[in-house]
Design a protein around this ligand. Structure first.
Ligand code: CMC
Length: 371
């Protein structure tokens, strides 16, 4: 049997997250994601995903301080930052710095401690590269600020704005079972490679436009559509040309992606007049209303508009996604390797067997024997 794209295949048991694809529900450790997005902090949800339960007050305080102590880049990394070209994609910047950190960090700490270190340094890498590549002075991390507020401050030099909404968006993006990037991390983890390598691999998978990279394709697509009255024409053209409409469709959600609903409502509340938002809503109405391909908006349709409205550059969107998802990636690797089995699927060979080797001097243009 061949399961193309591993569709419908389960490779392990997990208690980290449950996706109810038919009803458009998502639960982290059993708690509905909307509740966490409304009420929780980034650190509290990270604790929940990593340790399996919500922390007590004192556990959370201790955890937060551990989180904030690991924000600095090493002097060696800083030296490299100032040598980088200024037009790199933020996902590549993350890959560069995580590879360096991974090489330097030979500690024997357990995976959990490493996961905290990795997640803590993401905001610093992104914010520093943002400031450096825009010829702005770097703003060092502050240990007294929570994770998201510190990040926002390091990027924009401010501490207000829609920080609660931003934190909610990051919570929504933190975990999503065995999507392509998490599975990549598991494949690497299952070889007993190091956690940094798992994350670097996951970043590569996340970046593709069928996965997290879709969020960077959405704004240009909405600009190409141009106005609400051009939506129908655009959709019909995509269907005729068999082109994917970015920000729609999902392997698991066969109805609304709950994260898209949450973010759409957030934008409606905070940025109702956003031009791209109006086009996106019309696109949603047209596609869902006409049951086109039975696809629904996914998180990337609205996360992209939200991140843009918050002032982040487009080529940072996927990296922002990663800044949240790193918690899910590491949680899954830790869970999987605790009962490890090398991930090694097979393919069904359909080529010939026992083919004659023709020496190169006798090989013709078609690879056949010319003698
Ligand atoms: N636009 C047009 N048609 C679509 C779309 C779309 N966005 N999504 C699915 N379809 C069609 C597809 O053409 C196919 O039709 P047919 O059976 O006639 O060939 C049918 O629906 C099934 O699609 P599929 O591509 O086989 O389904 P999949 O489960 O392999 O793909 C997907 C899921 C996310 C890759 C796909 O929906 C897609 O390419 N979407 C656009 C890219 C995107 O927004 N990705 C973000 C995904 S959610 C967040 C994340 O993972 O990071």
């Amino acid at each position: 049997m061949i399961f193309k794209g591993l569709e419908g295949v389960k490779v392990c048991k997990t208690s980290i997250c449950y996706m109810d694809g038919s009803n458009g529900r998502l639960f982290y450790r059993g708690i509905p994601v909307e509740t966490l997005a409304d009420k929780s902090s980034f650190e509290e949800v990270a604790y929940l995903l990593w340790y399996g339960k919500l922390p007590t007050k004192s556990q959370l305080e201790e955890f937060k301080s551990k989180f904030s102590r690991n924000r600095d880049l090493s002097p060696e990394s800083l030296e490299i930052l100032f040598k980088l070209p200024k037009n790199l994609h933020y996902v590549d910047v993350l890959k560069i710095f995580l590879s360096i950190h991974g090489s330097v960090d030979n500690s024997e700490e357990d995976l959990q401690e490493k996961a905290i270190k990795i997640a803590s340094v993401f905001p610093t890498i992104l914010a520093y590269y943002y400031r450096y590549s825009n010829d702005l002075e770097l703003i060092p991390p502050r240990e007294d600020l929570p994770h998201i507020e510190n990040f926002y401050h390091m990027v924009f030099g401010e501490r207000d704005g829609y920080l609660r909404a931003l934190e909610s968006a990051f919570i929504l993006l933190m975990e999503q079972d065995l999507n392509a990037s998490t599975f990549t991390a598991l494949v690497i983890g299952s070889t007993l490679s190091d956690l940094y390598s798992c994350i670097v691999g996951a970043l590569g998978a996340l970046r593709g436009p069928l996965h997290g990279g879709a969020c960077e394709k959405v704004p240009p697509m909405l600009e190409e559509i141009g106005s609400e009255d051009k939506v129908e024409e655009y959709v019909q053209r995509c269907l005729a040309e068999k082109k994917k409409i970015m920000g729609f469709g999902h392997r698991i959600y066969k109805t609304y992606d709950p994260r898209a609903v949450y973010l759409r409502d957030t934008i409606q509340r905070l940025f109702p007049d956003n031009k791209l938002f109006k086009i996106a809503k019309r696109l949603e109405e047209y596609i869902v209303g006409n049951r086109i391909k039975n696809i629904y908006p996914n998180v990337d349709l609205y996360s992209s508009i939200f991140f843009e409205a918050m002032g982040f550059p487009r080529n940072m969107f996927t990296a922002l996604f990663a800044m949240a998802r790193v918690v899910g990636w590491t949680a899954h690797v830790i869970e999987y390797v605790s009962d490890n089995k090398l991930i090694r699927p097979e393919s069904e060979y359909v080529g010939p067997i026992g083919v004659d080797y023709i020496p190169i001097e006798r090989r013709d243009e078609d690879g056949k024997d010319s003698h």
